[in-house]
Design a protein around this ligand. Structure first.
Ligand SMILES: Nc1ncnc2c1ncn2[C@@H]1O[C@H](COP(=O)(O)OP(=O)(O)O)[C@@H](O)[C@H]1O
Ligand SMILES: [Mg+2]
Length: 238
């Protein structure tokens, strides 16, 4: 069963999209990507977003993660408009993103990519140093010490993808966005990362929003959203 994705905001409400539309204006034509989207993301919930290529999944994430402002409508975090919080401040303090193209700092090692993000966002681990915490996260994602201390350009696509995930996990945020984060990974590694996302939602009450092509990944999430023809719908489990 499918329904237009709208629900009321409750105590767990974290991020609300209200009347969100987005249009890209080119020189010759305008592309309307999102049409009047209303949805509330909750804490402690693992969401997946499915949809055909070009349906606007990356656009949706860029608006929800404060990289861009919608053409119409509002995005609010904890009841405050992102424009009011400040997009930069929101991204720094509350949200982390695993980009489709990783966006790693190419002149640094894997370890430096993770510790630099922790410094920028002001994360201090409860125990141990940032370096130790970063190494632990990288190891959990399957990168040994030699790989962690190698320049990221000397890592494979799958390894770079895991560095991008480690960097986002290190930042201890309220909401984590990931754009096709398992695209370059084998099935076992992808499974491990899905477990990490579920765990983050369960144990840290994080809101996790993952764009994916994988129906299998979607079945492991709490809520499955589909973006098609500019509309966001939620698949309800029967
Ligand atoms: N910066 C941009 N300028 C113009 N058109 C864009 C831009 N970014 C994306 N688009 C267009 O918007 C639509 C949705 O893109 P995108 O959000 O990347 O979709 P998806 O991630 O689902 O593949 C596509 O038709 C794409 O060509
Ligand atoms: Mg995309």
């Amino acid at each position: 069963m499918t329904t237009t994705a709208t629900q009321a905001s409750g105590p767990a409400a974290l991020l609300r999209l209200a009347g969100v539309s987005h249009v890209y204006a080119g020189q010759r034509r305008r592309t309307t990507v999102l049409k009047d989207i209303n949805y509330t993301f909750q804490r402690g919930t693992f969401y997946t977003v499915l949809g055909p290529s070009g349906s606007g999944k990356t656009t949706l994430l860029s608006l929800a993660s404060g990289l861009d402002a919608p053409t119409r409508g509002t995005v609010s975090f904890n009841g405050r408009n992102l424009a009011e919080i400040g997009l930069g401040r929101y991204r720094n303090r509350h949200a982390a993103t695993v980009f489709q193209q990783y966006n790693l700092l190419t002149y640094m090692t894997a370890l430096q990519n993770v510790t630099t993000a922790m410094e920028i966002t002001g994360v201090k681990p409860a125990q141990g140093s940032r370096r130790a915490r970063a190494l632990e996260l990288l190891a959990r994602l399957g990168l040994d010490r030699a790989e962690a201390t190698r320049n990221v350009q000397q890592l494979s696509g799958g390894q770079q993808q895991r560095v991008a995930i480690a960097r986002a996990l290190a930042c201890d945020v309220d909401i984590l966005f990931a754009d096709e984060p398992t695209g370059n990974l084998d099935e076992d590694t992808a499974q491990g990362i899905v477990d990490t996302f579920r765990d983050l939602a369960r144990t840290r009450n994080t809101c996790v929003v993952v764009v994916t092509h994988s129906q299998q990944l979607a079945t492991r999430s709490d809520r499955v959203l589909t973006l098609r023809k500019g509309k966001l719908t939620e698949q309800l489990n029967a």
